[in-house]
Write a protein that binds this ligand. Structure first.
Ligand SMILES: [Zn+2]
Length: 432
């Protein structure tokens, strides 16, 4: 190789490497710029806002990086923002369903179904190991196609107590003489977010002392204790035992004088689950048929909508009693939380929440109070500080609907768009 050739090669290599360096520097600079550039801003303009307790209208809501950044009629709208015209529409915090079950087979689909109907947070009131695994997985960000999940995991029941009669994998049970604290601690170690107790005398159930001990054991670990009851006397026992919430209302008798006041004095919240009580007492109504939202019913939802409670089940219950109890509790200032008990027969994740809201209004809640029962009230009761309201700094879990649900609660069924952590959730109509 001649010297001039070698020089030429070296020169060429140097030029090449400096060109590569330049390209690398440019790429790095571009990457840095991209990294520093905020995610595109999303603006809901001129929109009615239900902020979790009241209506603000019309106003603008600014969303960036998955969070609500500003709310106000005079906030600056960046020129590059994606603007959604909110004229004639209402923006709400995405809904909670404060009483669901995922079961052991369809769990992920149920969480997708829920989000399709604007439910971005589901509170499971008894779940399998699968729920506990899913709950941990969803704790990370980025699962914007699923509702978020909290679960009681396996609840607290006694040998042969509800729901051991339903079959399925064996359930740990609290036997006479077992240490309530050890039992509760085991559920917490498995990943339970709160402690769900089955206090139901149609089956063997906890004694009053056990009920008291389990509630105290949960509180010792700073966990909420919520109780499944079906009768007024069970409801009183649960309240007197110090429970934080009832996750059904009773339908066996009209509310006795003083019942609602007892609940108010003890500061319990109540998830009445009127949807499931309607299905038990009067047979589920096909209220969704002919509604715009029926186009989004999935096969998994259809399966549970078509199922029926066995004949005679709940024969002693009256839906009127449940509604009267909800009315009395609400008048006494007891927080009411919207929950459905989906996928019980006749109910479906997501869809049934809209019926629950209507049933709450039929039981004496004003539409604004019903909307709070599915947003700010469950957030407060279950200690979520990051959602359930529309305010700067909160998650952009949002539902945009056509119309004004503060005057007609059924407007919640006209969903225009759903966002989870600021990401638009695309739902596909199954039927036309
Ligand atoms: Zn349930």
């Amino acid at each position: 190789m001649s010297q001039s050739h070698r020089l030429g090669t070296r020169l060429f290599q140097r030029i090449r490497s400096s060109a590569a360096l330049a390209v690398t520097v440019l790429l790095l600079a571009a990457l840095l710029v991209t990294a520093q550039q905020p995610e595109k801003t999303l603006v809901f303009s001129n929109v009615g806002v239900f902020d979790g307790s009241r209506m603000i209208r019309p106003t603008n809501v600014i969303v960036r990086d998955g969070m609500i950044r500003a709310v106000g009629a005079d906030v600056a709208i960046p020129t590059t923002a994606q603007v959604i015209d909110g004229e004639g529409k209402t923006l709400l915090p995405a809904f909670f369903d404060a009483h669901v079950h995922l079961g052991a087979t369809n769990a992920e689909q149920f969480l997708k179904d829920a989000l399709d109907f604007g439910v971005a947070t589901e509170l499971e009131m008894w779940g399998s190991e699968l729920s506990l695994t899913l709950r941990k997985k969803l704790a990370g960000n980025g699962f914007t196609d699923f509702a978020d999940l909290r679960t009681a995991g396996a609840g607290i029941t006694v040998p042969r107590g509800h729901p051991t009669q339903m079959g399925g994998p064996p359930i740990p049970t609290l036997a006479a003489g077992d240490d309530a604290q050890v039992f509760v601690d085991a559920r917490i170690a498995e990943g339970a977010d709160y402690i769900k107790i089955i206090y139901e005398h149609a089956f063997p159930t906890l004694t009053k002392q056990q009920l008291h001990d389990v509630v105290a054991a949960a509180h010792r670990r700073n966990k909420l204790a919520v109780v499944h009851v079906t009768t007024q006397s069970e409801a009183r026992d649960a309240i007197n035992a110090g429970a934080d919430g009832l996750v059904h209302i009773f339908a066996d008798s009209p509310p006795e004088p003083g019942f609602a006041e007892l609940a108010a004095q003890h500061r319990v919240f109540v998830v009445p689950t009127l949807s499931v009580l309607e299905a038990v007492t009067t047979g589920s109504k096909s209220w969704w048929q002919g509604e715009e939202l029926s186009r989004f019913v999935t096969p998994s939802m259809q399966g549970s909508l078509d199922r029926k409670f066995p004949p005679g089940f709940g024969a002693k219950l009256k839906f009127d009693h449940a509604q009267a109890a909800v009315a009395a509790l609400h008048r006494a200032g007891v927080p009411i939380l919207a929950g459905t008990d989906a996928p019980a027969p006749g109910l479906a994740h997501g869809l049934s929440l809209h019926r629950e809201l209507e049933l709450l209004v039929n039981s004496g809640l004003r539409p604004l109070a019903a909307l709070a029962s599915a947003t700010s009230e469950p957030a407060r009761a279950f200690g979520f500080h990051d959602r359930g309201r529309i305010a700067p700094g909160l998650r952009a879990d949002l539902v945009l609907i056509k119309g004004d649900p503060s005057s007609d609660i059924r407007a919640t069924r006209h969903i225009v768009g759903i966002w989870k952590q600021g990401v638009s959730h695309q739902r596909t109509p199954r039927k036309d």
